[in-house]
Design a protein around this ligand. Structure first.
Ligand SMILES: [Zn+2]
Length: 312
């Protein structure tokens, strides 16, 4: 293994994954554990996972992808839904850096997945990407010139709260109604299938097989595509990348989103590539590792400038 190794961590609502990533972009010694209850326990588990990984290689830095609105400069959770109770306010970077004595970079989990996917073969030729992940929620990330855009409030790319013209049957993760996530995320589609067909509420993967589900799924995909068409008109990108459990688990979903986007968009965007990159499960770790590497490189450059008086 290369000597340029970083530890990457993906904190999720149900599991925490960690692994070593070398400079060829390969993930080694990947481990997964259940997410414990409470921010202190989560940080403790992450520290233990990284400590275990350090027995296998010299780790230069740690990159962490975490749910919620993350201030990447401070490495703090600015706000979060109740997917992880008490998560808002957690100073992830400070706690881990103190515990591990290593540089730590923290990024939103969807941003980490977007950065990881953007470095894969399918998206390499596209410097400007809108990345949309459809799963239990709808996450988004904006890549400009190959770099993740965070924005002054760390919410750039958060597509979940775009207003849609159809009322959903459940509230959005933010508690408001008529937002994209409340209509086109997995739980919203499953709830709409149950309401429309009179069937018992099932997780989306089970609800797919309920008679009448197809039309509900198609309506949600079309609404997502139409909404994203408006957004890409506003932000203009080279490609839209789709990911997440609904995109990968519901046959035909991505194609319906793409067709609706093209039909709704302004003329220059009617052939915009809408892709489903395959980086898949490793994308969040690869993205977190890339950010950790950039953080170390930035610190090295600042250190060199102090030593030499030459500023880059
Ligand atoms: Zn919302």
């Amino acid at each position: 293994m290369s000597t340029d190794v970083v530890a990457a961590v993906d904190i999720g609502g149900t599991k925490i994954a960690a692994g070593l990533v070398d400079d060829t972009g390969r993930v080694r010694h990947q481990i997964q554990v259940a997410t414990p209850a409470g921010p202190a326990a989560i940080v403790e588990v992450v520290a233990e996972l990284v400590t275990g990984l350090r027995s296998r290689a010299v780790v230069r830095a740690v990159g962490v992808g975490a749910p919620g609105v993350i201030d990447p400069a401070a490495g703090v959770v600015r706000s979060a839904t109740d997917i992880l109770p008490g998560w808002a306010g957690t100073p992830i970077r400070e706690l881990l850096a103190a515990r591990l004595g290593l540089p730590v970079a923290v990024i939103n989990d969807v941003g980490a997945a977007a950065v990881g996917a953007a470095r894969g073969p399918e998206l390499r030729g596209y410097p400007e990407i809108l990345h949309v992940s459809v799963g239990t929620g709808i996450g988004g990330a904006l890549i400009r010139n190959g770099q993740l855009v965070s924005g002054p409030h760390a919410v750039a790319g958060a597509v979940a709260h775009l207003l849609v013209p159809v009322a959903g049957v459940i509230p959005c993760g933010c508690g408001r109604f008529d937002h994209l996530e409340a209509v086109a995320a997995g739980p919203a589609i499953a709830a709409a299938i149950a309401k429309e067909t009179g069937s018992a509420p099932l997780p989306l993967t089970g609800a797919i097989r309920v008679p009448g589900a197809e039309a509900v799924i198609a309506a949600a995909a079309r609404l997502l595509g139409r909404t994203l068409a408006g957004l890409v008109c506003a932000v203009d990108v080279d490609a839209v990348a789709l990911g997440g459990g609904v995109v990968h688990g519901v046959p035909g979903f991505a194609g319906l989103v793409r067709d609706a986007l093209h039909a709704e968009a302004l003329a220059p965007l009617r052939t915009l590539p809408v892709l489903v990159p395959g980086a898949g499960a490793d994308a969040p770790l690869l993205g977190a590792a890339h950010l950790a590497r950039q953080t170390v490189a930035g610190a090295d450059a600042r250190h060199l400038a102090r030593q030499t008086g030459v500023h880059p």
